[in-house]
Design a binder for this molecule. Structure first.
Ligand code: F6P
Length: 324
């Protein structure tokens, strides 16, 4: 029989993402409804190792569903990458009577969650990252808000780009993944979308496309460049030199991680937070919550970490087709 979970911890780890607060709220309220005690662990695994805990009651998560960032703070923790760090974390959990844990973060955070589960603490991962780069899930908390925030900025850059008849390179986040770039590119009707998964570094083709567009009477040329390719400033200089068209680079940066979550992020994060506690209450461990083929599901963390995710070929082709 599955052991009964009486007290759980919840933490956010890695880069913050809009909607993490909605997930924390769902974890706390679902656990309380099931008669569990909940502690919030501050600053990710760092806070676990430093015992930076706060008791969470119903009201501790009032008025946060609409807020960006994470009320529990977040961090990336080197010490938790070592066996010793994980063992220490598990010991601390036992000392505080924490027998279940919800970890909200990306793949890096799930490695820590898996290791903690191996040390006997029932642990569930919830995908929270603006990058959408969790292979087992079609959705990650924060992506929807991030692309909408970026799109609002890109629309503004487009106005000034048109007025000055310039070429604009707009660099969006995503670490090694191009999902934010692809969605922003399709969403703003970019002339070019550069994804780390696809870009062949053929800058001449890009230059030809810009010159061609100008000949056809285009007043601007928007290039959405993914962080995984980077070098937007030097790319702008080279394009300007080769085309004679004024070219500017804008790196959107951290604004993409902030702000009030969209309705999608609030609802999905709430569902996933609640689902994670359901799994704990069923005695499950070492699972990651996902949204796949239109449903909330869960996967073994090891299997999830081994999965590979690719840019959707059809989305990519449509992006290409509509930008030409
Ligand atoms: O994972 C989210 C993300 O914003 C990535 O898009 C980016 O590469 C990275 O985090 C930046 O990390 P940091 O906050 O450590 O600068």
């Amino acid at each position: 029989m599955a052991k009964e979970i009486k007290k759980i911890g919840v933490l956010t780890s890695g880069g913050d993402a809009p909607g993490m607060n909605a997930a924390i709220r769902a974890v706390v309220r679902t656990a309380l409804a099931k008669g569990m005690e909940v502690v919030g662990i501050e600053k990710g695994y760092n806070g676990l190792l430093n015992e930076e805990f706060r008791p969470m009651d119903k009201h501790s998560v009032s008025d946060i569903i609409q807020r960006g960032g994470t009320i529990l703070y977040t961090a990336r923790c080197l010490e938790f990458m070592s066996d010793e760090g994980v063992r220490k974390g598990a010991e601390i959990c036992r000392k505080h009577g924490i027998d279940g844990m919800v970890v909200i973060g990306g793949d890096g955070s799930f490695r820590g969650a898996r290791d903690l589960a191996n040390e006997g603490i029932n642990t569930i991962g919830v995908p929270g990252t603006i990058d959408l780069d969790v292979a087992c899930s079609d959705y990650t908390i924060g992506f929807d808000t991030a692309v909408n925030t970026a799109l609002e900025a890109i629309d503004k850059i487009r106005d000034t780009s048109t007025s000055h008849e310039r070429c604009s390179i707009i660099e969006v986040m995503g670490r090694h993944a191009g999902y934010i770039a692809l969605w922003c590119g399709i969403g703003c009707g970019a002339e070019d979308i550069l994804l780390p998964e696809k870009y062949d570094n053929d800058e001449q083709e890009l230059i030809n496309h810009i010159i061609d567009g100008r000949k056809k009477g285009k007043k601007h040329h928007l290039i959405i460049n993914a962080e995984g390719i980077g070098h937007s400033e030097s790319m702008a200089r080279r394009i300007e030199a080769a085309t004679g068209i004024e070219t500017r680079a804008t790196i959107l940066g951290y604004m993409q991680r902030g702000g009030s979550p969209t309705c999608t992020d609030r609802v999905y994060a709430s569902m996933m937070g609640s689902y994670a506690v359901e799994l704990l209450s069923e005695g499950k461990s070492n699972r990651v919550v996902a949204h796949s083929k239109g449903k909330f599901v869960d996967f073994d963390i090891n299997e999830a970490l081994e999965m590979k995710k690719n840019i959707d070929e059809y989305e990519f082709l449509v992006g290409e087709l509509l930008s030409k």
